[in-house]
Design a protein around this ligand. Structure first.
Ligand SMILES: [Zn+2]
Length: 220
């Protein structure tokens, strides 16, 4: 463990999307679904994408949210909660000391709808720094997918919790050590208890509404 760490993200969105309506209601009998439109370069190996999608679904399933991943065309524009673009280039420049790279970034499109960019180049740098890049291709692809999936799951957290804040541990940390980031074992990236309890109490969803909660505030 070399002690370096990597920023996951983050450009926060203004509250352009209205929060979920019945915030104080009873939990929904049908699990809420978050519709993610995911686009990746044709050059992205299918194993990387599959591992990323698995990671995104796994993390949010624990919080009682089913993440449906598809294309905007399949969902229809109005039904998409967030769009994700997996790009080859770095999402944002490295920090001055060169030891941190954002793997993903949350932006808004012209209509104020959330768009997350996740960078394959930044994910590769995480593996390089963790000295995990020199491995069989299948394993490298899986690790790249895990890093990208964690970064996207983190961005979903920002949008869903309607916050630009970060937790001290778990999924919503701002910085994660490279080796932990690329670790294939499950655990360590759950939503922190405060945010999870807060979200569960508010997860009600009329069928046609966007899945976004009132603003959650992390304690400084
Ligand atoms: Zn963040």
């Amino acid at each position: 463990m070399d002690g370096w760490s990597w920023a996951l993200v983050c450009a926060g969105l203004a509250a352009a999307v209205p929060p979920l309506g019945a915030a104080a209601g009873a939990p929904a009998s049908v699990p809420p679904r978050f519709r993610l439109s995911l686009t990746a370069s044709m050059a992205l190996p299918v194993e990387v994408r599959a591992a990323a999608e698995h990671e995104i679904r796994r993390i949010w399933r624990r919080e009682g949210i089913t993440v449906d991943i598809g294309s905007t065309a399949a969902f229809g524009d109005a039904a998409v909660d967030m769009r994700v673009l997996i790009v080859s280039a770095a999402a944002a420049p490295a920090t001055r000391d060169g030891h941190q790279w954002p793997v993903a970034e949350l932006l808004g499109d012209a209509a104020g709808q959330p768009v997350a960019l996740a960078s394959v180049a930044a994910a590769r740098r995480v593996l390089d720094a963790a000295r995990l890049a020199d491995a069989p291709t299948t394993l490298v692809h899986r690790r790249l997918g895990v890093v990208l999936g964690l970064a996207v799951a983190h961005e979903i957290g920002h949008h869903l919790l309607n916050t630009t804040g970060h937790a001290r541990h778990g999924l919503m940390r701002a910085r994660i050590d490279a080796r932990e980031f690329a670790d294939l074992r499950e655990g360590g990236f759950d939503l922190d208890d405060d945010a999870a309890q807060w979200a569960r109490a508010r997860l009600t969803r009329p069928p046609a509404d966007a899945l976004r909660l009132a603003r959650f505030v992390y304690r400084p």
